[in-house]
Design a protein around this ligand. Sequence first.
Ligand SMILES: O=C(O)CCC(=O)C(=O)O
Ligand SMILES: [Fe+2]
Length: 464
Amino acid sequence: MDDTDTLIALVSSLLPEPHTNDTIIDALVQSNGDVESAARYLQSDVGSSKKRKGVDLETWLKPPSKKAKKPESQTSSSSAHVTPEPVDISPSKHKKPPSSSSSKPTDLMAILRPPPSPRKDPPRFPPMTLSTPELVAQHTPCTLHLSVLPPDLACRLFYTMKDASREWKRNTWWLFDRVVESPHLTSFFTRRTDGLDNDESWHEAAQFWYNGRPNGAPAPFPLEMEEACKIIESVLNDEMRKRKRYKREWGGTPDGDPLWRANVAASNCYQGGKESVGFHSDQLTYLGPYPTIASLSLGTRRNFSLREVVPTDQTGMRKAQTFNIPLPHNSLTIMHASCQERFKHSIPPQNAIDLFRPTFPRTPNGTAEPSNCRINITFRFYRPDFRPKSIPRCKCGVPMALRPDMKNRNEEETDRYWWSCYAGAQNDGKGCKYWKVMNMKGEGRGPCVGDLNTSRTDENPEAA
Ligand SMILES: O=C(O)CCC(=O)C(=O)O
Ligand SMILES: [Fe+2]
């Protein structure tokens, strides 16, 4: 998770009712990053949907006795109404990544705050629901595959994972001086057939999933997950062959081998509409640049939200749009290469959800009990050139996290990735703040698609 998630989760935890992430981010901006003010604001008449006419937000936020000083960056009233971009920690903008150990909320606001408004704001488009695979493919770097597994396998896998989720964990991390907890359960699996479970060094990758907490050896794929994975690999490879390949994608696949294979999976369980995950892009530490991630949805239908991070040099020209994709039971969303570099994704809280009634009962004579739970499994390909031994360590001695510089990307030409200290996620929120630019060649990584003689980048130049 990143800092936006942290703030959103903390505000959510103070609210009796679920709110959308957009609403919470707006409230955070209005309250200058102060979590408690944002929560109070959302519970007030001003912040709630029952807005009282004529109440000015800043007036409301002012403490009654003292005259509140206007935050310097919000000197114009128009800037107070700008929806902020998702949090970005690009060191190019801030010189060094912000530390989660910071005790000054205003530091984080410097990140949350949108860039200076141009004189005339570019038009803002309301969120758009993408209800068909065609619309998803047209507007996002994702594809949606409905009824991807045989129905009985989808049901069996749902039951297996729902039962297993009793043992799953809520991730925790530090925000200022407090520990916050993720609003959903999570778990991490490695694949038997890939030999990964024989390589102790992958345990480190599993620990990374749990924010650095030691968690024993990761669990192997359950049988149903293995069966589903084979089908998903085949769908994904067919899709990948139709698409443009990026130069920094993994290119070490000998001819005839699948382009992509899953060797780990992470799973999430959302019990009821209140459970969620905030806007984030997945860390690239073991995935490397331009990863493809296959995300299977089982159980109750939830919205998957995607929002582009508009590069800094384009913020005066266009605003990010939010896309909502309803994900029914047994659907596969493939986040294709460039999705993690360009978009943030989330599962926002929902006021109302439909109960899921499985097509098949657990046992032939049993009944299929309705459920408010959604299981998500993200099948991932941890790249051989990003094995744990190759991950640089910061001054705390902890493996660093790899993130793209989303704000300053320029197609593939000037893309940059940053290794940054991850110790602050635990360690009382205190990290060394060390960071450095990733250098693919210098760090001996590859081969990438761009290193191959017969570059697959030209295979389908028409493809998105
Ligand atoms: O539940 C989902 O569909 C998204 C999960 C996710 O974004 C993640 O695990 O990184
Ligand atoms: Fe994610």
